[in-house]
Design a protein. Structure first.
Length: 375
């Protein structure tokens, strides 16, 4: 076999030593650099190692060492340090025609006795229909993932009626409101509420250990329910939360009084909320004396989200954050709920966490075109 002699210059040695000792390089690049440094027979190398020793120390084969030396002598240093392009050709198992058939099949009705298509069912079906001789469920998964399809998952939505003029009118009113710049004298506040079940453990849970998850008994004791009111000013990064024992018109009216106290400096408070039977001006008159009720009412401008359009209320986003970060566990007393909620509210207000709402009227007219009346 032809013997290839590696002779490195001073600059080449410095570059290879830098690659092998610091920086982030591919493992193969570092290995090739170490092989060349060990095989160097130039005048800057104090002691040359033989191939058998290099192979033993670096845990590589003799053929690998000879291959690196050959590439260095014939093609130069850059060829050794860069990945050699592969000459192999790969033919995709799923071409455009099969991909289209897979998508159509996954969007069709599943076989009788099944609720939805699974990956293995799709793989078996395309073979049964003689689209291909054989295909794995993993190949099917990759083809569907490429097209953002997951037939085994179903999302639940409250779907508004088609071509509903009232819906789009209220929706665009809310979206145009969200486009307004921040004005401390005319704050835009979103409000929502949600029940929280009070649940107690029936047995002491087992805490987590290294390599073992925490364990909670599937049995629990129900201790009632409380209600959580939340209001958030998305552009200012402010929110306020109130935990009440009930959800009544009076509770809502008192929460509005709490919001008003936080915005004494404002000229007018625009309040976005769902169109529920408790969210009416009459609730103020059923809670406070007429003079106070009227004074509170004049401080607010109510903007209602459309029916089946509560997703337009940004307070729902804040509620999900509260649930995920704070309340997604078993809490058995309203006092404990309040303690945790106050701590969460303080921390999140200190961070001034804002909501970056990006869905605009222009987006709605494209993505929700089917909601708009046609002419």
């Amino acid at each position: 076999m032809k013997r290839y002699k590696v002779t490195l210059t001073h600059e080449e040695r410095q570059d290879l030593e830098a690659i092998s000792s610091k920086g982030s390089h591919a493992a193969q690049t570092v290995l090739n650099a170490l092989i060349l440094l060990a095989c160097d027979e130039g005048k800057f190398q104090k002691q040359r190692s033989i191939n058998e020793t290099i192979a033993q120390v670096l845990n590589v084969s003799m053929k690998t060492i000879d291959r690196v030396k050959k590439r260095f002598v014939e093609d130069g240093l850059d060829a050794v340090l860069t990945r050699k392009p592969s000459s192999r050709t790969f033919h995709p198992r799923v071409d455009g025609d099969l991909e289209a058939r897979l998508i159509a099949l996954s969007c069709s009705e599943p076989p009788v006795g099944h609720k939805r298509w699974s990956l293995r069912m799709l793989a078996d079906k395309v073979v049964e229909l003689e689209y291909v001789d054989q295909i794995s469920h993993e190949t099917v998964r990759q083809a569907l993932k490429k097209n953002e399809l997951k037939p085994w998952k179903v999302e639940g939505w409250v779907i508004p009626p088609q071509q509903d003029g009232d819906f789009v009118a209220q929706m665009e009113s809310v979206l145009e409101l969200y486009k307004l710049p921040y004005d401390p004298l005319y704050p835009v506040v979103c409000m929502d509420e949600s029940p929280k079940q009070l649940i107690a453990e029936t047995r002491i849970p087992v805490p987590s250990k290294p390599g073992q998850l925490a364990r909670h008994d599937y049995e629990y004791s129900r201790k009632g329910v409380c209600n959580i009111f939340i209001a958030t000013e998305p552009l200012a990064g402010k929110r306020m939360v109130s935990v009440t024992a009930q959800w009544t018109k009076q509770d809502w009216a008192k929460f509005l009084e709490t919001i008003e106290r936080q915005y004494r400096h404002a000229e007018k408070i625009t309040l976005v909320m769902d169109n529920l039977n408790t969210h009416k001006p009459g609730s103020l008159y059923e809670t406070f004396k007429p003079k106070k009720a009227r004074a509170l009412l004049e401080r607010f401008e109510f903007v209602y989200t459309p029916k089946h359009g509560s997703w337009l209320n940004m307070a729902e986003i804040e509620l999900r954050v509260l649930s995920g970060q704070c309340l997604n566990r078993r809490i058995d007393t309203i006092t404990e709920v309040r303690r945790h909620v106050v701590a969460w509210e303080t921390e999140r207000n200190n961070k001034e966490a804002v909501i970056n709402w990006r869905f605009t009227t222009e987006d709605a007219r494209i993505k929700l075109k089917w909601l708009y009346p046609s002419f």
